[in-house]
Design a protein around this ligand. Structure first.
Ligand SMILES: O=P(O)(O)OC[C@H]1O[C@H](O)[C@H](O)[C@@H](O)[C@@H]1O
Length: 310
């Protein structure tokens, strides 16, 4: 296993973590700008995360991969949409506090974000945000966030959060999401009104922007055409946002191709409905786990329980 800094251009670094494998190697790319994973490939070199061909350069947020929404999700507060963490230059954390040993992890990198003077003017709270990005032997990717309140004036703070994961899919019309059936959700397209999802797996025929509440710890994204299933696991993150902008919104987005909505789906483990509150000295931990497994899905033949419970 090895880890190296690929390039350093105008202060923005890209890190590649690779795992040598007998036939090929899997490469994951992380940008220090935004602390953002932007590439996750399988043994065949196929990209598993979506990145827009029109993604623009810093200081704008980067459209694709896994942006981190903190300390605000969406427009739920006074800060810029999705908070400032996705727009800041993170640093490599050379000496992170230990995390429990996980024998499945074969390579990892630790990043850290602390607020600048300007950040403190906008959001007057001192914090340390540590992010461990790890690869398992089978190519699984995990992101563990640790956020600590380091205020010295005794004040607690509250925040909302999301791992805004963009999955690459062959054709959104052929994708099903399983695990969110019967869940309550807030519909961002209907003034955050609360509804209950029907009993069937979720399929996509138009714009979707929903926050599923108290979502299960495992959600499956089944890509019929690719015969691939993404299994998303989450810890410490009660909600799951599902987003696809569809054609009209795609056209209105400057950093997104008109037809790219067909090839992406965001499923975002999140804490949105109930903000997380930390007192000084307290730390919160949230984890996202991703794996991509072959699925021999044929319409009507899938046993969702098998996908979700192995
Ligand atoms: O365009 P962005 O600021 O990156 O946000 C992209 C999308 O993120 C989330 O999924 C929200 O629920 C959507 O309402 C938003 O449109």
């Amino acid at each position: 296993f090895f880890l190296f800094l690929k390039s350093k251009i105008r202060g923005y670094c890209w890190i590649h973590i690779s795992r040598r494998a007998p036939v090929s190697c899997r490469i994951r790319t992380i940008r220090l700008f935004g602390g953002q994973v932007t590439s996750w490939k399988n043994d065949h070199g196929e990209e598993l995360l979506f990145v827009s061909s029109k993604a623009i350069k810093p200081p704008k947020p980067f459209r694709g991969g896994i942006p981190i929404c903190f300390p605000q999700f969406g427009t739920q507060g006074n800060l810029e949409q999705h908070g400032f963490a996705r727009n800041r230059l993170w640093a490599i954390d050379d000496n992170p506090p230990p995390l429990p040993v996980n024998p499945a992890i074969k390579a990892f990198v630790d990043l850290i974000l602390k607020p600048s003077e300007d950040d403190l003017k906008m959001w007057p709270h001192s914090f340390e945000f540590r992010l461990r990005i790890a690869l398992g032997a089978g190519g699984d990717l995990s992101l563990t966030s640790r956020i600590r309140n380091t205020n010295t004036d005794g004040r607690p703070f509250s925040y909302t959060f999301a791992f805004h994961t963009y999955f690459s899919v062959s054709d959104i019309s052929e994708v099903r999401v399983e695990g969110l059936e019967t869940m309550d959700y807030l519909d961002n397209m209907k003034g955050k009104e609360r509804f209950t999802e029907q009993g069937d797996a979720i399929v996509f025929e138009s714009e979707v922007d929903k926050v599923y509440l108290a979502a299960p710890s495992k959600v499956a994204i089944i890509d019929h055409d690719m015969r691939r299933t993404f299994v998303v696991t989450k810890e410490g993150l009660p909600d799951a946002v599902v987003w696809n902008p569809w054609d009209k919104k795609a056209k209105a987005m400057q950093d997104f191709g008109d037809s790219e909505y067909k090839h992406m789906l965001c499923v975002e483990p999140a804490a949105v409905e109930k903000p997380i509150t930390l007192k000084p000295g307290e730390e919160w931990k949230g984890r996202l786990g991703l794996s991509a497994v072959p699925s021999s899905y044929c319409s009507g033949q899938l046993d969702p329980l098998k996908v979700l419970h192995g």
